[in-house]
Design a protein around this ligand. Structure first.
Ligand code: ADP
Ligand code: MG
Length: 409
């Protein structure tokens, strides 16, 4: 059971929020929000929460996430411990931004909710709603019988798009949408999705262009690699990759190494001939094709995706059929219901103390790559799956030419 994010007290709101401030003014030049409403507590975290021993939920580049229980209520949470200094630099501003984005999305069910914030001498702790089902990554790399069914993918993709549409309506771009950052409230039965990790997210602004080289190689859009402006469409590319991976277990642009992955992305070298795609509903392939388009302007938006025929429920399809039938009977022109704009055609320090290594990265890439042929999937050992599960896209790199790790930042 996911605990509800309780309403904040007016006291909390008044103490730290500048009245009359808009999201527009609450933003610095690099698209980071700099004001938060939450009270940052400085008392001892462990006085109020018990950490569950051995329950590390995940680990990223500068964060460790642990399961904890609030003493006063007995409710479970996920505590994200974030280092304030990273590679010798003070990163408190980035953490404040992450908190601010979580606050901005507090009313959105599809985004993990923030319960509490603590500041320790060298870390900040974000106490988050606990997503007990873990990352959807696990099902993405699983054998076919444990992997998502097509109907599951549809439901989860609808939920992901609802979350992304909400964020985009608030001018927030996530910029790191990938299976490790999409969690589930439960895995058996399959629950609902929760979007996490706003560490790379940015606020978009009309007058200001954001160009940054960051993201995760397999999911990064061509404009990021070309150092062209980033927009909400950048997230939509990642949604296209995500849909491909969730439906097939294949990472569409993954190459032997990062250079090859980047080349595949910038050349839109994606195969629609894979056996796993052939068995899919044509509408699912059309959905992916409407997103994996080089020019960001031509990609479907989150709202358009939600109206795509692939994601319509049986009831919605039935309702449309009824409308069609009526329109034929009364000779009224049929309503257009694709929802996809006309230009979309078919053609179209861790840091982890050295534990995250290039070798793991290669193993993980290999593991996902192995999913490409269904016959080869049988060859996956539990160890390989474990490695791929543990794998995190970690290291930063200053230049695209020298790609030491798996994280662009
Ligand atoms: P990072 O910025 O370091 O990638 P994330 O916020 O993505 O940090 O968290 C790292 C991992 O911790 C996630 O990929 C996930 O496995 C786990 N995790 C994060 N938040 C939660 C949560 N609310 N509930 C359960 N697990 C979580
Ligand atoms: Mg993450």
């Amino acid at each position: 059971m996911i605990p509800e994010c309780p309403a904040r007290t007016s006291e909390a709101r008044n103490r730290t929020w500048c009245h009359g401030q808009t999201a527009e003014s609450n933003r610095n030049r690099s698209g980071l929000l700099c004001e938060i409403k939450s009270i940052i507590k400085t008392e001892s975290f462990t006085e109020h929460y018990d950490l569950i021993p051995g329950k590390e939920l995940g680990r990223g580049k500068f964060a460790v996430v642990k399961k904890c229980v609030k003493r006063s209520t007995g409710l479970e949470y996920a505590a994200k411990f974030m280092r304030k200094r990273r590679k010798g630099q003070d990163c408190r501003t980035e953490i404040i931004h992450e908190i601010a984005v979580l606050e901005l999305a507090a009313s959105c069910q599809r985004v993990v909710s923030l319960h509490d914030v603590y500041e320790l001498p060298s870390e900040m702790v974000l106490v988050l709603e606990f997503a007990a089902g873990g990352e959807i990554f696990n099902q993405c790399v699983a054998e076919r019988d444990e992997a998502f069914k097509d109907e599951d993918v549809k439901r989860l993709m609808r939920q992901i798009l609802e979350g992304v549409a909400f964020l985009h309506s608030k001018n927030v771009v996530h910029l790191d949408l990938k299976p490790q950052n999409i969690l589930l409230t439960s895995d058996n039965p399959l629950g609902d999705i929760k979007i996490v990790d706003f560490g790379l997210s940015r606020m978009m602004c009309n007058s200001q262009e954001i160009r940054e080289i960051m993201g995760t190689p397999e999911y990064v859009a061509p404009e990021v690699l070309n150092y062209e402006p980033i927009s909400t469409a950048t997230d939509m590319w990642s949604i296209g990759v995500l849909a491909y991976v969730m439906l097939t277990g294949i990472s569409p642009f993954l190459g032997e190494d990062k250079q090859e992955t980047f080349l595949n992305i910038s050349q839109i070298n994606v195969s629609y001939a894979e056996e796993e795609l052939q068995r899919l509903d044509k509408a699912a392939v059309h959905f992916i094709k409407s997103l994996l388009i080089k020019d960001p302007k031509n990609r479907a938006t989150a709202e358009e995706c939600l109206n795509h025929p692939w994601l319509q429920t049986h009831e919605q399809n039935a309702a449309k059929e009824t409308v069609k039938l009526k329109s034929v009977i009364t000779s009224i022109p049929e309503p257009v219901s694709t929802g996809i704009s006309s230009q979309h055609t078919e053609e179209e320090e861790e840091e982890e103390e050295g534990r995250v290594t290039e070798e793991l990265l290669v193993m993980s890439a290999y593991t996902l790559g192995q999913c490409r042929q269904s016959s080869e999937k049988e060859g996956l050992t539990p160890e390989q799956k474990a490695i791929s599960k543990r794998f995190k896209f970690e290291e930063s790199f200053p230049a695209l030419q020298e790609v030491p790790g798996e994280f662009i930042y």
